[in-house]
Write a new protein. Sequence first.
Length: 500
Amino acid sequence: MTSATRAPLETFLADLQARLQSIFQSLYDDRRATRRGMPTDFLDQALQSVPLSVFIPSRFGGRGQHVHECLALLEACSYESLPLSLTMGINGALFLQPVSRYAEETVQHEVFSRFMEHKAIGGLMITEPDFGSDALQMRTSFRQVDRGYHVRGTKHWGGLTGRADFWLLTARGETERGDLERSISFFVWDKSIGGIDVEEYFDSLGLYMIPYGRNQIDAVLPAERRLSPQTSGVRMLLDLLHRSRLQFPGMAMGFLRRLLDEAISHTRSRRVGGRPLADYDQVQDRLAALQASYTACSAMCAFTTGIAGVENDCSTAALPANTIKSVVTDMMQSGAQSLLQLVGAKGYRLDHIAGRAVVDSRPFQIFEGSNDILYQQISESILKSMSKLRESNLYRFLRGFDLTVRAADYFKSITDFTLDPDVPQRKMVELGRAFSRIITMQMVIDLADRGFRRDLVDNCLAILTRDVKALLASFTDPASAAVVEDYRDGSSWLAALANS
Ligand SMILES: Cc1cc2nc3c(=O)[nH]c(=O)nc-3n(C[C@H](O)[C@H](O)[C@H](O)COP(=O)(O)OP(=O)(O)OC[C@H]3O[C@@H](n4cnc5c(N)ncnc54)[C@H](O)[C@@H]3O)c2cc1C
């Protein structure tokens, strides 16, 4: 154990924060955010105090995998840099936690000692060029050979492409009939094995620090490098993804706090029309919404702490995991958009935090479950529970459901209707947005019980209530416009002028 991993959490975080601030000052100049990749010594210095030890069991010298420590580490990093926090999140939730839950003891020993002593980093490859949202259809395959498993396929968008020392590879077994098993298997690859070639690096829109690209895999892995599911491969995948989604608020927390600090400081100092921006009512509305996101994210962190431990099976936690991931990433993006609006043209410079925040936070709404799909799944899950209970009245259901019981009364009059389970997909998505914000409100109410500031809680509940009411009003509106694909014919405004 190093002194960093023995230190009390406050000391550990304060040291890390000071180190990160100094690294960003010394290794980067003012245009740091506009450069791709990491400067040569960046990771070496950032990993000096072994921050990833929070994700490593204490019997391997780590800090013991306490969820609040994992979230606090992600928060400390994302206040300084969202890409850095995502790098830690990838290593923790997408690599170290699954290894600690499912890998053999010898593999764990090898992996954790490389992370603790040699600053190794790892990532996860699921997505393929033809299979993203429908990852279960992936074509990367494996078959048993003398020395273990031969894995072949193409993966893209794995965070830390070309840079990671370890990868968690996902693949489907080849059957004797020549097709692929339904189940997904995981393998722990490391550089010494070889057989992963980067075919192309992508010019990503944001997150410049993290390399992405397309990888060709043709590798033979020793038998012990295959993870052992406790039940099935698909459940193992769900457990991994849900635990990761539940921990998104860690990455969001520092990011939202930074946006709020930047927004308050800018609107206090910038004068327009002879008064500070912060004096304008519309500006106050934006600041209040940003602060509500800060409060909601704090509530999610507290909630996650109670359920996302590696000792728990998160495969059945779809509803809270999908709620937390989709709501908090929407908040990250709308908070970044709001800061850019408030900062004005200066924020549109490539090296300004407001513009960077917009592009860096955008893919959080896409990866690890596209938000549109997650919202639909949230509605499906609620409708399934209603059907099980033979309850069709929405208010009565929300009042009796454990994740909404304390927030239901905010919406008594507008949810007191019979919910038709047979609604089009777009309505399911809208309903999911509303449900997930009601669930978030309950997390905020629970946070208040733990002594969180009442004024922040009240403001947050007021803003979320407004959002949910707007979403439910839109849900009950029957409009269902569809795209006209051959729309050019008869749709020229110039021709319309000539006709009139
Ligand atoms: C910055 C970044 C980092 C990433 N990191 C990783 C990583 O570390 N490891 C990894 O394996 N992958 C990673 N990914 C890949 C990511 O997980 C996929 O992009 C994601 O799963 C979506 O897959 P896709 O891009 O193929 O989009 P598609 O599956 O083609 O979906 C595109 C869009 O279509 C819509 N859509 C799809 N299905 C439906 C449906 N059923 N109903 C309604 N709408 C639908 C949604 O709006 C969706 O966003 C990363 C991606 C990005 C951008």
